[in-house]
Ligand binder design. Structure first.
Ligand code: SAM
Length: 397
């Protein structure tokens, strides 16, 4: 026997105790790394067999690894649906703070795994409505959920449609969880949430800064109660944001904030021409980068075509001598085009506060609301999107 597979318990007909043992090991790991915090979420994750929600043929050990499992890809091979990584599933459920009897709306049914966990958490006195844009994913999830009947018969209502619009006919909800990322919170999510209710959603704020926000509805406002870092697939359909990552030449890609086609072309031309080494860069930690990217929408990330950090930088389309790009790569500042961008980048790095994302607070205001003056201590930034204006505040310890 070459592979030894016949001796491997994860490859033979899965026995319930193997799955239970792997599940326990996963949950122990999540507890010790801090993503799993409450007995309720742990009980729910222990009650739902994740292997029932992974594609047929998935190795049992893969189903219980702390990793994303891809469910569907687009024509280029990029994932469009996944069973999310258990660590982020646990963390978001902790943020959501579900109580028995809650009426819950989930955006992005995917495999139905998280739907089952929500059903376990709210129980038969509550309900879970879940909406998925993709017909065939929804059909598979519905079949699995019907077989499993999670939460001792918690009422489940599965809908096909655009989750951007929520599900108005069964609103209001006590809890709303989006398992797909957005650049702006849809107004429907706020208006379909009961006052005092909590939504948890991945919000992309700046290149390299995507946050899982738990936000409590306070009238017309949403105010964060918990902030964690995350990385998510983007919402699809008519309300999809522009792709974050766009191809440059030489196997590279750029992630910027609202780069127009013309600006993207400028960045391509600049990077194609080759850069000039402008000397040692000031130390740029990840935290300082987050402070910098919150402070200046001209910041961008250069990555490999399939992800993987290459360089942090700043693009100035209107420098004194034309467009300029400067990046920090391997401790050096590399400049392209107008050299002013490098001076601005150096200054910005010096000034940027070293932000800890979990200590950020975020308030979402409707476009017509008056935003009060920021607290006198700490750092505040405003990020304006079409449907909300966000005030992001960071208070050093
Ligand atoms: C990360 S996956 C969700 C994982 C899922 N909760 C699970 O436990 O398997 C994101 C899902 O959101 C769905 N999605 C994307 N855009 C959507 C939209 N506009 N409305 C509803 N669902 C959407 C995708 O098809 C995908 O299945």
């Amino acid at each position: 026997m070459e592979s030894g597979e016949e001796h491997d318990p994860a490859h033979v007909q899965p026995r319930d105790d193997t799955a239970a043992r792997l599940r326990r090991r996963l949950l122990d790991g999540l507890r010790s790394s801090g993503q799993l915090r409450s007995p309720d979420v742990e009980r729910a994750m222990d009650a739902v067999p994740r292997e029932l929600f992974t594609p047929p043929g998935t190795d049992l050990r893969e189903a219980y690894a702390d990793r994303v499992v891809v469910l569907a890809t687009d024509s280029t091979g990029s994932p469009i649906s996944t069973v999310s990584q258990p660590a982020i599933v646990a963390l978001m459920l902790e943020q959501l703070d579900v109580r028995a009897g809650h009426r819950i709306l989930e955006i992005g049914t995917g495999s139905g795994y998280n739907t089952a966990l929500l059903a376990e958490l709210t129980g038969p006195r509550g309900s879970v409505t879940s909406i998925e844009v993709d017909d065939s994913l929804l059909a598979s999830a519905a079949a699995r959920l019907t077989d499993l009947a999670p939460g001792e018969g918690t009422p489940l209502d599965l809908r096909r449609g655009d989750g951007w619009l929520g599900v108005p006919d069964t609103a209001p909800y006590d809890r709303l969880e989006s398992t797909v990322g957005v650049d702006d919170l849809p107004p429907a999510w706020r208006t379909q949430l009961a006052d005092g209710g909590v939504l948890v959603a991945p919000l992309w704020l700046r290149p390299g800064l995507e946050l899982s926000l738990a936000m409590r509805r306070e009238g017309a406002l949403l105010h964060s109660t918990s902030v964690e870092q995350c990385g998510f697939l983007q919402l699809r359909g008519p309300h999809a944001a522009d792709p974050h990552s766009r191809a440059l030449g030489q196997g590279l890609a750029v992630i910027g904030e609202g780069l127009s086609t013309k600006q993207l072309e400028m960045v391509r031309t600049l990077t194609d021409t080759g850069g000039t080494d402008l000397g040692a860069a000031p130390r740029l930690s990840e935290r300082r980068w987050w402070g910098l990217s919150l402070s200046d929408p001209r910041t961008l990330l250069i990555t490999g075509r399939h992800g993987g950090h290459v360089a942090w930088g700043l693009f100035d389309a209107d420098g004194p001598d034309g467009a300029g790009l400067a990046v920090v790569h391997d401790g050096r500042v590399i400049g392209y085009g107008d050299g002013n961008a490098a001076d601005v980048l150096r200054q910005r790095v010096e000034d940027a506060p070293p932000v800890d994302p979990s200590r950020l607070t975020v308030t979402a205001y409707p476009p017509d609301a008056t935003i009060p003056a920021p607290p006198s201590r700490g750092f505040s930034w405003r990020i304006t999107r079409e449907h909300h204006r966000y005030r992001v505040h960071w208070q050093p310890e």
